[in-house]
Design a protein around this ligand. Sequence first.
Ligand SMILES: Cc1cc2nc3c(=O)[nH]c(=O)nc-3n(C[C@H](O)[C@H](O)[C@H](O)COP(=O)(O)O)c2cc1C
Length: 304
Amino acid sequence: MQNHEDSIKDLTGYLKKSAEADSGKSAERLRKLVGQEKEPTLPSLFTPIRVGAFNLAHGIVLAPLTRMRSEMPGNVPGPAMVKYYEQRATPGGLLIAEATFVSRQGNGGFGSPGIENDEQAAGWRKVVKAVHAKGATMVLQLWHVGRVSHTSLQRNGEIPVAPSAIDAGLGVLLEGKPGPATPPRALETDEIAGVVEQYRAAARRAKDAGFDGIELHAANGYLIDQFLQDGSNKRIDRYGGSIENRARFLFEVVDAVTKIFPSDRVGVRIGPSNTFNECMTAIRRPYFPTWPRASEIARSPTCT
Ligand SMILES: Cc1cc2nc3c(=O)[nH]c(=O)nc-3n(C[C@H](O)[C@H](O)[C@H](O)COP(=O)(O)O)c2cc1C
């Protein structure tokens, strides 16, 4: 089994050879793409690779893809989901399961699965069992959509929550058709610990259901991204304003879920340049220096 250092050396060697072969053009392009001065390291697709705690036979990973195929009512993973994931599992492969709401408050689509209660966890257990039987690793993407929701998706028709009460004119996938998101209300400061707890409890259920790890959905304009980006976060408490304050919610969630899974089984999906769901940051550059801390803490297996 290769350790991380050896993999990096191999990959650097591989990249050097590729760079020589095309006079350095690809490496230069990659360097620009990832914005780093050092040699970027990319694995060859069919080489075994260690990612976090996982020893994978190859680098073909199933990206998290919302399919909205859970059993309704109840948002419980059923036979269609068992079949879907089993079909995509390969020996030594990694699957990142679709965005899965940590609570009804975080639900952003009719038919999206949850991991909020025992019934949903039991549904997921059958999915994971089928995937493990084929020799693959599976992590669950934990999701809270914040303002990308609708009263019809919420428990008791409640108003969706967000860092700030901004109606961004978003669309949501409702029963049978898309529809407009309900304008959100701003979370009170003392409510935020409860939302962090939703993630912790979801991570606990994911572990009990047999998942090998989790990925926090901190991209694509959902709740964590809404906190991170200043277009959606106008708070004046300790969760708003400076980059450190806007990142506080993410780090509290990371701290909470790494009490359940070790950090080499926790990924964080970020999308600093993302504008999906109207999440935007006025000045993007300073948004990046915060990330080394995220990678230190979460040592992401799946950071994209
Ligand atoms: C139908 C669909 C559903 C998706 N659902 C999710 C999701 O649940 N979570 C997530 O992080 N990304 C989701 N994405 C984004 C994908 O994971 C991926 O980043 C995107 O398709 C771009 O991949 P590509 O660059 O390989 O085309 C979804 C994309 C599509 C097309």
